[in-house]
Design a protein around this ligand. Structure first.
Ligand code: HMG
Ligand code: MG
Length: 300
């Protein structure tokens, strides 16, 4: 069955906006985060401490966090940190939750991190060590958990090896990234089983589906039935990844909330307020939300 309560890990301000063509001003991002908070999203990934030349959309991390003040800090406001330089920047602002992001495949490790799979561990290790010593909460993403646009289907053992390397550093949570949205429910089940067999149980696993093939919600529900209770989603279905060809938006938070509330699962989210937020953000971006639930409820 489904868990009684699901934690939604909102990635709209980060994964969503990082790939939008329209450069969103910091003040708009801050308003977006404020509106998400008001709609009941308890966990919000705010930004990334990466070089602006790699991801221009996240070039205003300091400005966004300065504007959020104390509300942008703490266990429920993580941000991406790839390396020690990124951790220095996060430390300076007083962040206490970060996410590292590894790749299960060589091609994406090169394109996204300018590193081989092996070299990525050397980059992440000192970050996680320092963060844990400072009492931070650390999430580890693994990208390309199902398929890779350059390499094709990704063997489950390869994903489990990557996840194990990152979790062995002491990370608190693992997020399984279906970066290009090619996963299907049976594959999700097999991957979760293989992780559990290596000691990474669903109590430490979150799922992160992009909706390229329309499978994100089905895959998420399958993972929830297997015991996962933390789900990544982006308001309005914003998003993608600038370094993965054929990556489109994340699972829309509204689609997830509609399905969960319909099944009697608690999320703490006010769906009407969230839809209103996504309609407003779509106006800022100058394009409609791809979420079916946003369209249905906004048009109603
Ligand atoms: P690099 O070029 O190899 O870095 O990039 P470097 O260490 O050689 O440094 C080059 C220059 O950048 C230096 O400056 C550094 O100081 C500076 P210079 O001396 O040339 O003036 N620098 C920094 N500046 C600010 N902040 C930093 C930083 N680090 C170095 N943190 C690097 C390596 C990892 C930095 C780069 O490849 C990178 O930032 N990659 C991240 C790209 C990214 O953000 N991708 C999107 C997020 S992942 C994703 O979306 C997937 C996910 O959603 C899950 C899924 O869907 O699968 C999470
Ligand atoms: Mg993503």
């Amino acid at each position: 069955g489904l868990p009684p309560k699901v934690t939604i890990y909102e990635v709209g301000p980060r994964d969503g906006l990082q790939n939008e063509k329209t450069v969103v001003p910091a003040a708009t991002k801050v308003e977006f985060i404020r509106r998400l908070e008001a709609a009941g999203l308890g966990t919000i990934e705010t930004t990334s401490f990466v070089p602006a030349k790699w991801v221009p959309q996240m070039g205003d991390a300091e400005e966004v966090l300065a504007a959020l003040g104390a509300d942008g800090l703490g266990r429920w406001r993580p941000a991406l940190v790839p390396n020690e330089r990124g951790l220095d920047r996060a430390d300076e602002l007083g962040l206490t939750a970060i996410a590292i992001f590894g790749s299960a495949t060589e091609t994406f490790a090169q394109k996204n991190l300018n590193r081989s799979v092996t070299e990525q561990y050397a980059m992440f290790e000192p970050v996680v060590k320092r963060a844990l010593a400072d009492g931070m909460w650390v999430r580890a993403y693994v990208s390309m958990c199902f398929g890779d646009p350059w390499e094709g289907p990704v063997p489950i053992e390869q994903v489990v090896d990557t996840a194990e390397r990152l979790m062995d550093l002491g990370c608190h949570e693992l997020s399984l990234g279906d970066t290009i949205g090619v996963g299907t429910t049976g594959h999700v089940h097999r991957l979760l089983e293989a992780l559990a067999a290596r000691g990474i149980g669903t109590d430490r696993v979150a799922v992160h589906f992009h909706d390229t093939y329309g499978q994100a919600l089905a895959n998420t529900m399958a993972a929830l039935r297997d015991g996962v209770s933390v789900v990544d989603a982006a308001a309005g279905g914003l998003g993608g990844c600038p370094y993965a060809k054929s990556a489109t938006g994340n699972l829309a938070t509204e689609d997830l909330v509609w399905a969960l509330h319909g099944a009697g699962v608690e999320t703490g989210v006010d769906l009407d307020a969230l839809v209103e937020t996504s309609v407003w953000m779509a106006g800022q971006l100058g394009r409609p939300s791809p979420s079916n639930v946003v369209r249905a409820l906004a048009g109603a």
